[in-house]
Design a binder for this molecule. Structure first.
Ligand SMILES: [Fe+2]
Length: 483
């Protein structure tokens, strides 16, 4: 147990010595000072819980000491020893923040009782302040956690925070597995649980069967697994609870050299797991919504392709081609993902075009062609309403721009056309040329590359055409090798 640190301030050396001895016998750590200046020096170099000062001293008085302690913002309680004649000063000091005073003469029992009262009040105050700080930290942690979009990052952050706050020698996170056939997945960290000791599994099963957060005593853990008997390992656990039920458990363990967890720490762990479960639920719901949005948009793509059998599979192929082109361009994972989705969704605006135009086998009239050219803008409207697809909007909107500025909808030129839209334009053209359409038979890859080459610099970005040509030639070579 922590020893309280007291500072005795008195100008009478004999009294200081006697009091020091008595208080040390009672288990306190005692510092002494013969005047206010010396007391301030001690206070600045040592963490003192309670200053016990004589009120009336030659030179600076007890109230001067209190004034300086307040001015320096020092965190120590102050108690005065006062004779009847200076009791008014002591009362005034209490109004200025002193904790208590004791009227001389007093006996040791009264003296100790007062000291313990003041220290108990101090402990309570500090606990409240710590609780406030902990609560702030938990809330801040919950906010950071809810910003994590991937499960992997979420778990890593949770474990790091639990290690920082609870200093365990072992931490185990038990969550439902995404793999079939394995009911739970465990993530263990710390010297006590590395190499998954045999007792982890039965302990995990016991923990999952609990209904509430709990402190796990050495005795309880020994019951869970006889291998733990005599090791002195203790711990605590709390569920990750969402409105739909428990989605996992956090288990923290301490070895025999560390003190067992206390009720306050269990409450704090429960607060952390509540925040974590909430953040995880939000992340899951958001992911589900995004998946649903993708499903809705993909149903638009299917609807467009269902009308015209000749374009069936076009979007999927453009998505795959775009990803291959992006890989050759050395794009990041995020950009590759953008390219793939933009490829899938580039013609989504065609859902707004009348079937009669979409399926017309003959050449379109000028008016029909004008309507057909609206599809990038309609695509923009559809995708803008879904937050997770907003970054695809410029790609979809500009996939029919031409490098020389003769395309639509805005007649953008050269590098003013978004980079990824220039990439989609090349693979979209290539896919259309190499597929059977109502108005033309499929061209061979070589023929399509020749057309791309001819249009490089006018319709398409010449650099992009060169890179795509490289990709196609390699694919053809691979096919020849496999044939
Ligand atoms: Fe298009």
């Amino acid at each position: 147990m922590k020893k309280h640190r007291l500072l005795l301030v008195d100008d009478e050396p004999e009294l200081l010595a006697v009091n020091k001895e008595c208080l040390e016998d009672e288990g306190f750590q005692v510092f002494t000072a013969k005047d206010v200046l010396q007391a301030l020096m001690v206070l600045e170099s040592e963490e003192i819980d309670l200053v016990i000062s004589d009120m009336c001293m030659p030179g600076l008085s007890g109230s001067d000491l209190l004034q300086r302690i307040n001015a320096k913002g020092l965190d120590a309680d102050v108690m005065f020893l006062t004779a009847y004649g200076t009791v008014e000063n002591a009362v005034e000091c209490i109004q200025n923040g002193a904790s208590d005073y004791l009227l001389k003469p007093f006996d040791l029992v009264q003296f100790l009782r007062k000291i313990r009262q003041v220290l108990a009040g101090r402990e309570k105050r500090l606990r409240m302040a710590n609780k406030g700080k902990s609560l702030e930290a938990v809330l801040a942690f919950g906010k950071t956690l809810s910003r994590q979009s991937s499960m992997k990052k979420f778990i890593r952050m949770l474990i790091v925070e639990m290690r920082k706050v609870f200093s365990p020698q072992g931490i185990v996170l038990i969550m439902p597995s995404i793999k079939e056939g394995d009911p739970v997945r465990r993530l263990s960290l710390g010297p006590l649980v590395t190499n998954s000791p045999d007792w982890i599994e039965p302990l995990g099963a016991r923990v999952c069967a609990l209904s509430e957060a709990a402190i796990l005593s050495c005795e309880y853990l020994s019951l869970c697994s006889p291998e733990l008997d005599g090791l002195g390992i203790s711990g605590m656990c709390a569920p990750l609870r969402t409105p739909f039920g428990r989605t996992g458990w956090v288990l923290v363990l301490r070895d025999g050299q560390s003190p067992p967890y206390l009720r306050d720490e269990l409450n704090l762990l429960s607060l952390y797991t509540a925040q974590a479960a909430n953040a995880e639920e939000n992340r899951r719901v958001k992911q589900r919504l995004e998946d649903m949005s993708l499903e809705v948009v993909m149903s638009y793509v299917t609807a467009v392709e269902a009308v015209d059998v000749y374009t069936r599979g076009h979007s999927e192929r453009v998505g795959n081609f775009a990803r291959s082109l992006g890989q050759e361009l050395g794009l990041s994972t995020h950009e590759l993902e953008q390219l793939y989705f933009a490829g899938l969704l580039h013609d989504v605006g065609k859902v707004s075009i009348p079937h009669s135009i979409l399926t017309k086998p003959d050449r379109l009239t000028d008016e029909e062609f004008h309507i057909m050219r609206k599809h990038p803008e309609w695509g923009k409207k559809i995708l803008s309403s879904i937050s997770s697809f907003r970054e695809l909007v410029p790609i979809v909107l500009h996939h029919h721009e031409h490098f020389d500025g003769s395309g639509y909808p805005q007649g953008l030129q050269g590098e003013d056309i978004p980079f990824l839209a220039r990439a989609i334009s090349v693979v979209d053209g290539y896919e259309a040329m190499t597929s059977n359409r109502a108005y033309q038979a499929a061209r061979t890859p070589e023929q399509a590359l020749a057309i791309l080459e001819k249009g490089a610099g006018s319709q398409w970005d010449p650099d992009m055409v060169a890179v795509w040509t490289k990709v196609v030639l390699r694919m053809l070579e691979d096919e020849r090798c496999c044939a």
